[in-house]
Design a protein around this ligand. Structure first.
Ligand SMILES: Cc1cc2nc3c(=O)[nH]c(=O)nc-3n(C[C@H](O)[C@H](O)[C@H](O)COP(=O)(O)OP(=O)(O)OC[C@H]3O[C@@H](n4cnc5c(N)ncnc54)[C@H](O)[C@@H]3O)c2cc1C
Length: 325
């Protein structure tokens, strides 16, 4: 693809910062990932919509990034336009018991805003380190609750029909998945409905959830949270621990000795190290239990010709011994 004229045109739109060959390792909690051909951070919602419309009209490959806390990006990077929501979608409007927030708002910030306005319901999210947009896509959750419990409506950008508002039910939230994953929908903002409560009680629940997190997960090391989904009623962490995988390494990627469903970057881990480790773990669990673990972390790559977020393609392409699944 001839990127120079595309980049020049994007710059003339003056919607925000445009960077070329931006290392995505700077934008992922794993601290892993090759360069994005173009990285754009629109300044406001109009800028985000303008860029998305322009990308659609020119049929360009693109990918949306929030805080990059649930993605593993190829070492080769992505030959696409990466659109960041972090700067342009940060508006918050509180009208108790509702909060309307841009999808670039940090979930933790939203928890504190809710608590300040005596609104309960988001305490589960206090230690989930992503944006509201990423949390909607993933139906992020913890401590028995998830986004589906609080989302009333979402303002979406849709490749076919432009900007429109959907009900929470239309997002088809399920355990760590939603319709956003299968539809060309970008979440622009969401309206949450919370419950009035005593602020001291809300803060107590947040502190309790935070303390649990600090003692059970490798909070200080680069990682992307749970690598695999729980094959309910089983827990991925327990299955991985049972095959003795804690401490297994590939390069600088390590199965956390603290929590077996976390892979941590202990130094200069590459995506390929994490992939190898995931495959090793997955195969070992399959051989011991017959259960195939499914990734929760989303794969962004392979890096040539746009983005491919399909793990299955990757497993099959590289062969992990589970092709009979
Ligand atoms: C230490 C740690 C602990 C974690 N704990 C939890 C936990 O308890 N529970 C849990 O559920 N998750 C957890 N996570 C995972 C992660 O934080 C969540 O999935 C989070 O919601 C992802 O948000 P993000 O902004 O980082 O998304 P990103 O990683 O940037 O993106 C995730 C996916 O969403 C897409 N996306 C992002 N924004 C939008 C948008 N506005 N519109 C459409 N698509 C979009 C991206 O293209 C990508 O496919 C944890 C991660 C870490 C590092």
């Amino acid at each position: 693809m001839q990127w120079e004229p595309i980049i020049a045109e994007l710059r003339t739109m003056a919607v925000g910062t445009v960077r070329v060959d931006e290392p995505l390792s700077r934008h992922t909690s794993f601290r892993i990932g090759g360069p994005a051909r173009v990285f754009v951070e629109p300044e406001d919602m109009n800028g985000v919509i303008q860029v998305l419309d322009w990308i659609r009209d020119r049929h360009l490959p693109y990918f949306i990034i929030g805080q990059g806390t649930n993605i593993l990006v190829s070492d080769r990077g992505v030959d696409a336009i990466v659109v960041s929501t972090s700067r342009g979608l940060r508006q918050i409007v509180v009208e108790p018991p509702r909060i309307q927030a841009g999808s670039g708002v940090l979930l933790t910030k939203l928890c504190h805003v809710a608590a300040r306005h005596h609104l309960a319901g988001l305490e589960f999210a206090i230690s989930i380190p992503g944006t509201l947009g990423g949390a909607l896509v993933m139906n992020a959750g913890a401590h028995g609750s998830s986004m589906v419990d609080v989302v009333a409506t979402v303002l979406v950008w849709d490749q076919a029909v432009g900007v429109h508002r959907i009900d929470g039910a239309e997002a088809e939230f399920q355990y760590r998945q939603s319709r956003f994953m299968h539809q060309s929908w970008i979440a622009l903002e969401a309206e949450l409905v919370l419950t009035p409560d005593d602020p001291e009680k809300i803060r107590e629940r947040m502190a309790h959830n935070m303390a649990y997190r600090m003692k059970s997960q490798p909070v200080g090391e680069p990682n992307a949270g749970s690598v695999f989904k729980n094959p309910l009623p089983e827990y991925a962490g327990r299955l991985i621990e049972n095959v003795g995988a804690k401490g297994w390494r590939e390069g600088d990627a390590e199965v956390s000795p603290m929590h077996a469903n976390f892979i941590v970057n202990t130094g200069h881990a590459r995506a390929v190290d994490v992939l190898r480790l995931m495959r090793r773990v997955r195969r070992a669990v399959y051989q011991q239990t017959g259960i195939v673990l499914r990734p929760e972390v989303r794969w962004i790559g392979p890096g040539e010709g746009g983005t491919d977020t399909t793990w299955e393609n990757l497993w099959y392409a590289e062969g992990d011994g589970l092709t009979d699944e």
